[in-house]
Design a protein. Sequence first.
Length: 85
Amino acid sequence: MLFEGDTDPTPPDGMVNVARFESPVEAQMAKGMLESAGIESFLVGENSNSLLQAAFRVRLQVRVEDEPSARELLAEAAADEPAAE
């Protein structure tokens, strides 16, 4: 699940956070989806999250120039997810 509204640490120069996940598995799936589309991506906080999921969010980062494409792919994937009951 994507989380919006929590504050992000400043990403390295040339990088931007495009999504935050509570689950490391969901973060890995999103990373794989972006990379299969040719968008290099990086996960920040993935290992911290596995210790105490509610306390940390995994951040998915891409290069600034890839941000629009990455956000579009993530939005399409979110729209394809079945609604929670």
